[in-house]
Design a protein around this ligand. Structure first.
Ligand SMILES: CC(C)(COP(=O)(O)OP(=O)(O)OC[C@H]1O[C@@H](n2cnc3c(N)ncnc32)[C@H](O)[C@@H]1OP(=O)(O)O)[C@@H](O)C(=O)NCCC(=O)NCCS
Length: 152
């Protein structure tokens, strides 16, 4: 579900609780910027039992988007939640004229790399020692968004 800006303050604590431990940046900083209308980021969430089970932050400029962060609460992983969020952003991108999505991922983050690969992202670059704590390479991945074609 794509959150409207006015919904984000209520869910800020839940979102950051899932995000911060895993993210090299700072989820709450992003959320704060979105709340204050200072960024072009969008927040998508997946709910389970009335709570936030996972979220994805997407930024977009013109016809390009970037996955800033995606995280699923530990007890909800391997239940298709990230998959649902991916499908949702692909729909959103199609409707909003986005033709390509980019992202960065830690080289050692096997689950995330597998997830992105499954959804059609391919690796096309590496930023050496990009991450801190611990220092690690960032792999660059991207995916083109194309309208599905139908044959009769
Ligand atoms: C990466 C992450 C978001 C995946 O979320 P999830 O809801 O568990 O993913 P899904 O259940 O939708 O799985 C989708 C696909 O991802 C891959 N995948 C997910 N977890 C995996 C794991 N532990 N090992 C291998 N592949 C995995 C699989 O290809 C899976 O498809 P399958 O179930 O058909 O095999 C989750 O592990 C997470 O929150 N990790 C910590 C935060 C993080 O690292 N975010 C990425 C930052 S770049």
């Amino acid at each position: 579900m794509l959150l409207e800006n006015f919904e984000i303050p209520d869910l800020k604590a839940e979102i950051t609780a899932i995000g911060d431990p895993f993210f090299h940046g700072n989820t709450s900083l992003y959320i704060e910027e979105i709340i204050n209308n200072k960024s072009n980021h969008k927040v998508f969430i997946a709910e389970r039992g009335g709570n936030v089970a996972g979220f994805l932050i997407l930024s977009s400029v013109m016809d390009e988007a970037e996955i800033i962060e995606v995280a699923v609460a530990e007890n909800f992983r391997r239940n298709g939640i990230a998959s649902g969020l991916m499908s949702e952003i692909f729909d959103w991108c199609l409707k909003n004229g986005i033709t390509q999505i980019f992202l960065e991922v830690r080289e050692s983050n096997f689950p995330a790399r597998e997830c992105y690969r499954k959804f059609g992202f391919s690796e096309n670059g590496c930023r050496k020692n990009y991450y801190r704590n611990p220092v690690e390479n960032a792999l660059l991945m991207s995916k083109k968004i194309v309208l599905p074609t139908f044959s009769i």
